[in-house]
Design a protein around this ligand. Structure first.
Ligand SMILES: Cc1cc2nc3c(=O)[nH]c(=O)nc-3n(C[C@H](O)[C@H](O)[C@H](O)COP(=O)(O)OP(=O)(O)OC[C@H]3O[C@@H](n4cnc5c(N)ncnc54)[C@H](O)[C@@H]3O)c2cc1C
Length: 452
């Protein structure tokens, strides 16, 4: 998530003020410190938002059950260790450690992290031509200035691409500018022809270091889940909130509860695979439709020996946008592991989901061989994600697309009839699309129920 570092410095201090001590304390372990009450809560989804809510409600005496569709918890915080190194298929980074609740949670959960230095990079053009540092830095600086001003020329019905192409026609086909747009906008948000030209910079940032998980982000959901009643393989298909008790249909069974917190991803809400009775309020239906859902896929490749630069990041500026143009050198934080992590964004990411492993390796190796020469070997192994076709998320994270209004994030968070509550990254107006936004949304909804 590259866009974030541009605006982070301007916000130093603010997020710390926004995070009240009670929010930070809410992640502390204080089990069963309230008298039990008779209220039952069902939390739908065992991602970080659902687990945070469930943990806090349980600590406050509620009778909480978490229903999770998959055979494991964590949602978009999940880690694949089959290659002997923790490959985070969803979130990898703590974006800004100062005041970020994930920093505290990571310490409590035992998630180790490493600093990823944004300045440690090398950038190659096609045919392996090394891009000049000064030219790259100047372009980045110019891009930052453009990002700060483009929204003033945008309109509610215009995409980022429409406005950028009108204002900067000479940059549209420039490979370096394609790269900057891809890694700073599309990675974070979505396809340029969908991203809002007025809201692309919305959202708050934490200051401090960017730190990457080294032993797996799933340590956090595993920590939050301790002691909770979680039922796996329970896919919720219907939520009937017409009567006093809410009735939840899952795998053909119906369970009743006083309160329900829906934490399924925006992509699942968009898919209509959960039926709400009665229909959700129009404002919420509109918000579900209007907020965008990006797709980012991640690929981990391993080799017996490393052939690449000893830098944290290896950038490549191909003709085709959003395609394997950004490599994270895993060896920097796992010295014994010869691995690179790369990405596909937005429409290209969706295309990769129909490709075979061999086709993907072929495409990635075209880029790496263009940089490092034809003699470099194919990887020994590859791991990949397919977030768009994943029925548990239908995409990676939410973003401000053309038609989105910031009010829509609050509409997504709005409770219905005082018994149907909504959490998840897409419900946090300040920190949507992040692990910390998801966590804070879960605490927020638990607090609402506790306050009733
Ligand atoms: C590729 C990628 C990279 C990312 N990188 C970062 C990063 O570096 N840093 C960062 O801060 N954030 C990052 N994020 C965002 C972060 O991972 C998410 O914002 C956060 O994990 C979302 O948590 P959540 O609780 O809202 O949703 P989820 O984790 O998706 O939890 C929702 C749960 O609901 C379950 N569910 C779905 N449908 C049903 C159903 N019908 N019945 C029952 N259960 C259901 C799902 O299985 C899932 O477990 C990334 C995400 C992705 C995908």
């Amino acid at each position: 998530m590259q866009r974030r570092k541009f605006i982070k410095d301007n916000l130093t201090g603010l997020p710390i003020l926004l995070l009240t001590p009670s929010l930070l304390a809410s992640s502390c372990n204080k089990e069963d410190d309230h008298e039990p009450n008779e209220k039952t809560v069902i939390v739908i989804g065992a991602g970080i938002s659902g687990l945070a809510a469930a943990k806090k409600l349980k600590e406050n005496g509620f009778n909480v059950t978490v229903l999770e569709a998959q055979d494991k918890i964590g949602g978009r915080l999940r880690t694949n260790r089959t290659l002997g190194v923790a490959f985070d298929e969803g979130a990898s980074w703590i974006h800004g450690t100062s005041g970020n609740p994930i920093t505290t949670l990571a310490q409590q959960a035992g998630m180790s992290t490493a600093f990823t230095d944004d300045e440690s990079l090398v950038c190659y053009d096609i045919t392996g031509v090394l891009r000049n540092n000064a030219v790259f830095n100047d372009a980045e600086t110019e891009f930052e200035i453009i990002l700060n001003s483009l929204k003033n020329s945008g309109g509610a019905s215009q995409s980022f691409e429409t406005v950028f192409n009108r204002l900067y026609p000479t940059k549209v086909n420039d490979r370096l500018w394609k790269f900057l747009l891809s890694t700073y906008i599309t990675f974070d948000l979505g396809d340029l022809d969908k991203v809002s030209s007025t809201l692309y910079e919305e959202g708050e940032e934490f200051s401090g270091e960017e730190r990457i998980s080294t032993n797996g982000y799933d340590t956090i959901p595993n920590y939050l889940a301790s002691g909770l009643n979680i039922q796996l393989n329970q896919r919720v298909s219907k939520i009937d909130y017409i009567d006093i008790k809410v009735k939840i249909t899952h795998n053909g069974n119906v369970t009743e509860a006083d309160y329900v917190i829906v934490t399924v991803p925006l992509g699942v809400l968009k898919s209509g695979k959960i039926q709400f009775v009665p229909n959700l309020p129009i404002a919420k239906q509109t918000a579900i439709q209007k907020v965008g859902m990006n797709c980012v896929n991640k690929f981990l490749l391993t080799w017996n020996t490393a052939f690449w630069d000893n830098k944290q990041y290896i950038y490549y500026t191909p003709e085709i946008k959003d395609k394997f143009n950004y490599f994270v050198n895993v060896k920097k934080f796992h010295p014994n592991v010869n691995a690179l992590m790369t990405f596909a964004y937005a429409n290209y990411a969706r295309q990769t989901e129909a490709m075979t492993d061999a086709q993907i390796i072929g495409e990635i190796m075209l880029h790496l061989r263009d940089i490092y020469g034809n003699s470099i070997p194919n990887p020994t192994n590859m791991l990949r994600t397919q977030w768009q076709t994943n029925e548990n998320s239908f995409g990676s994270y939410s973003f401000t697309q053309v038609g989105t209004e910031m009010q829509h994030f609050d509409d997504l968070a709005e409770e219905v009839y005082g018994k149907l509550f909504f959490a998840g990254e897409h419900t946090h107006i300040d920190y949507f699309s992040t692990a910390h936004g998801a966590y804070l949304s879960g605490i927020r909804e638990a607090d609402k129920i506790i306050a009733l």
